[in-house]
Design a protein around this ligand. Structure first.
Ligand code: FAD
Length: 278
């Protein structure tokens, strides 16, 4: 069992517990993005096993009443083994999900994976006519160029600030500079993306700016936040008519993910502790 202090951020160990959490979240008008925890595999068997789990998840999700989609990490489904392993497993997941009407997000990892991830996204975006999305990171200096490439493709893009420590010649390290880049990229995306923009941020200033850009350009958008983070804001935005998705991690590898959330923001410890104590 996952200890209560971590269960604010992780929806149990199994697809069934994740789907239960998803159904509850849907009741607040918030859709879900299901993510099986796991990354940096170097054995093909591990990568294949998680890809199998995603194939099953897509079919379980389609058979349920849950409003949601899935999100996969390249290094979880084979990128640490070979590009070919990643591409084969991603194709299996995307084919199954697309057949069943389930949208697939591809998370973005460190800068060494950006090219292969975007290439895979492009191929599947064209083949499925937009049933996939990809995450891009505002801290990377290359992202403005990547956005121009992505604007010409079907599918969706999730803009985040970036979670990986990157070399300073490739990425902005200063938080204010990352925020400035995020705003610029958001403005570009709202001007050029017909299929809409996904705002992957808890930052009230960025969410407010996205609303202004939507009002100005009419571009559809959605806000994506993590399970356990600003859930009151998730519900309030949904009640105001914004499309809101909660990213819902689950699975046996919850410990590392939980520590990352805690390291990111000490308030999370207090929040989690309060939830246990009250
Ligand atoms: P920050 O810059 O961390 O914070 C800005 C403001 O937001 C804070 O001042 C505060 O007002 C508010 N806020 C932030 N956190 C909290 C909190 N815990 N409680 C209360 N208020 C808070 N990164 C990747 O590199 N690749 C990915 O594929 C990826 N996918 C993601 C998917 C989703 C749905 C989300 C939400 C994030 C994802 N990230 C990913 C992580 C992202 O890059 C950032 O590291 C992370 O979201 C923190 O940045 P932020 O924009 O949320 O806000």
């Amino acid at each position: 069992m996952i200890p209560p202090i971590a269960s604010n951020f992780v929806a149990g160990k199994t697809p069934a517990t994740a789907l239960d959490h998803a159904a509850q979240t849907n009741r607040d008008g918030v859709a879900v993005i299901l993510n099986l925890l796991g990354e940096h595999y170097h054995d093909r068997e591990d990568a294949d096993a998680d890809a199998d789990a995603y194939v099953d998840l897509a079919s379980d999700l389609a058979a349920s009443d849950v409003d949601g989609c899935i999100s996969v990490k390249p290094s979880q489904i084979g990128l640490g083994v070979s590009d070919a392993a990643f591409e084969e497993n991603l194709a299996r997941i995307v084919d199954e999900a697309t057949d069943r009407g389930i949208f697939v997000w591809i998370d973005m990892e460190d800068h060494e994976t950006t090219d292969v991830t975007l290439d895979a996204f492009e191929r599947h975006a064209r083949e499925t006519d937009g049933n996939v999305g990809v995450c891009i990171q505002a801290n990377l200096k290359r992202t403005r160029d990547d956005l121009e490439r992505l604007a010409a493709l079907p599918g969706k893009v999730r803009l985040v600030k970036g979670a990986y420590d990157e070399p300073k010649e490739l990425a902005y390290a200063d938080k204010a500079r990352v925020d400035e880049a995020y705003r610029d990229l958001l403005a570009y995306a709202f001007e050029h993306f017909d299929d809409g923009v996904a705002v992957g941020s808890h930052d009230p200033a960025m969410i407010e700016y996205a609303k202004e850009l939507h009002d100005e350009h009419g571009t559809p958008y959605e806000v994506q936040m993590l399970m356990g983070v600003r859930e009151d804001a998730q519900r309030d935005l949904a009640a105001d008519g914004v499309d809101v998705y909660q990213y819902v991690p689950y699975g046996g590898k919850w410990l590392q993910y939980f520590y990352r959330r805690i390291r990111e923001r000490k308030e999370n410890v207090l929040f989690a502790a309060r939830a246990v104590l009250t």
